[in-house]
Design a protein around this ligand. Structure first.
Ligand SMILES: [Zn+2]
Length: 328
């Protein structure tokens, strides 16, 4: 699914609002895109930015002209991207931006555009510099800021931006849309809770990290359901070596979702990970009381953000899991 079709079919308000602004040449200098984790914020921000430089807009980017191609390849000179999704954006980045924008634009369109992804992860100093910048919108300078959490964006940024919100595609609709992508059903089920558009699901499934963290979850749970104590060793073997913090956090979230599925199984509700029904059935036979484990696992996943040692978190989780097994 292209971002154009995604906006047209699933984000009608944004599509119309921004489309009208493009048609009537009545753009705001700053847009704040807001959406839950899993929504394609960065991709949408890039697409809207591209629509401002396209040589043949309809009114959105055509994806065919030279300007669109150069933008896509990262060769459009008057475009800057700052990514706060993995580390916080510092004041230096904003200063760099100001410096770049104090010079005149290079491209014939004469617009300067920047995207700040996950603006809520900026340092206070960086925010203060950015605010000064947003206060005096020079000529044709356009900003696209994104956030997963509008409540964490300071009011002064919100008041200087036009807020555009992405709505979540419902799970059953998303599953239906995923039928068109060539992926095993279990991978689709595993990724739907984390990505709200088929193209991102496909991209993640093909990433290097996906098979690693999938294995960490499935193999640990399989081993645990056969022999809880060996599950403890397996968890150390597979989860501790994972490097990225958000991946470790995701692994714990999967455990919580699988415990939820054990509850679903016990009460005869539909499972999130239907493809793993044999595993869920084995877990249901092993775990006496899955309910407290759901809460405990979410609590543990939050500690990943506080840089708690992964080995300690794995210990904490597995001790709780063993405690809930029927034969202990
Ligand atoms: Zn174009």
């Amino acid at each position: 699914m292209t971002i154009y079709n995604y906006l047209k079919d699933y984000q009608p308000i944004l599509f119309q609002t921004f489309g009208n602004a493009l048609t009537t040449n009545n753009l705001s200098h700053a847009y704040l895109l807001d959406g839950e984790p899993g929504t394609p914020l960065k991709e949408v921000a890039f697409y809207l930015a591209k629509s401002l430089v396209c040589d043949d807009p309809n009114p959105f980017a055509c994806d065919k002209c030279l300007a669109c191609h150069r933008f896509e390849e990262g060769n459009y000179t008057d475009f800057y991207f700052f990514d706060g999704s993995e580390s916080s954006i510092k004041k230096d980045s904003v200063l760099e931006l100001e410096k770049a924008f104090s010079m005149t634009s290079v491209e014939h369109k004469g617009v300067l555009i920047y995207v700040i992804h996950n603006v809520e992860n900026m340092t206070i100093e960086a925010i203060n510099s950015l605010l000064k910048f947003l206060e005096e919108p020079a000529g044709k300078v356009y900003a696209f800021l994104t956030t997963n959490n509008l409540h964490n964006v300071i009011p002064t940024i919100k008041s200087r931006s036009q807020i555009l919100s992405l709505q979540l595609i419902k799970r059953d609709v998303l599953l239906k849309l995923c039928e068109s992508i060539a992926l095993p059903q279990d991978d689709i089920e595993m990724l739907v809770p984390f990505y709200n558009i088929p193209s991102l699901i496909e991209e993640e499934a093909k990433s290097e990290r996906y098979p690693e963290y999938k294995r960490a979850v499935i193999d640990t749970l399989e081993t645990f359901s056969d022999n809880p104590k060996r599950g403890y060793l397996k968890a150390h073997e597979l989860i501790v070596p994972l490097r990225e913090r958000f991946v470790i956090k995701r692994v714990f979230t999967y455990f919580a979702l699988f415990f939820k599925d054990v509850v679903n199984y016990n009460i005869g509700h539909e499972r999130l990970f239907k493809s793993y029904d044999p595993l869920i059935k084995k877990l249901a036979a092993t775990i006496k009381n899955p309910l407290p484990l759901i809460v405990a696992t979410y609590e543990i996943s939050k500690k990943v953000d506080d840089y708690v040692n992964t080995g300690l978190l794995v210990d904490e989780l597995l001790i709780k899991m063993v405690k809930e097994t029927t034969d202990e």
